[in-house]
Design a binder for this molecule. Structure first.
Ligand code: AMP
Ligand code: ZN
Length: 115
């Protein structure tokens, strides 16, 4: 837990969120500024800053985040229509919150390439 991290505080419940999934390793909540009809954020409870901070010790956790992303997307009714998963890292990506998070976006047709 990083003392000044908004997503660490969401994971502990210190900052309220619309939580859709919680387990020992991760939580999933609705994005406060949704970019699609369904916009969820899957985050590890552990404070990992982002992609550039991962190593082999994180393999199991990363697999878990992806499996949970698929499960919550299915629970949202997106399994057939489809959805997009995104992990931003660094200034060029537009990343705002330095705590690893996986976006799950669905409920509308996406464009490609992303902006
Ligand atoms: P990123 O640009 O990849 O760092 O994404 C950060 C996301 O966190 C943005 O989509 C924000 O809308 C979202 N966000 C920021 N603060 C909150 C919050 N308190 N509750 C839910 N989502 C948030
Ligand atoms: Zn954090």
């Amino acid at each position: 837990m990083a003392a000044d991290c908004i997503f660490c505080k969401i994971a502990t419940g210190e900052i309220p969120s619309e939580m859709v999934h919680e387990d020992e390793r991760c939580v999933v909540f609705r994005d406060i500024n949704p970019q699609a009809p369904t916009h969820l954020l899957v985050i590890p409870r552990a404070h990992i800053v982002g992609m550039a901070h991962l190593d082999a010790a994180d393999l199991e956790l990363l697999g878990h985040l992806l499996v949970v992303a698929g499960e919550v997307a299915e629970a949202e009714g997106l399994a057939e229509s489809g959805y997009r998963t995104v992990i931003n890292w660094g200034p060029d990506s537009g990343m705002e919150v330095p705590h690893l998070h996986l976006h799950v976006l669905g409920g509308r047709r996406m464009t490609w390439p992303p902006g």
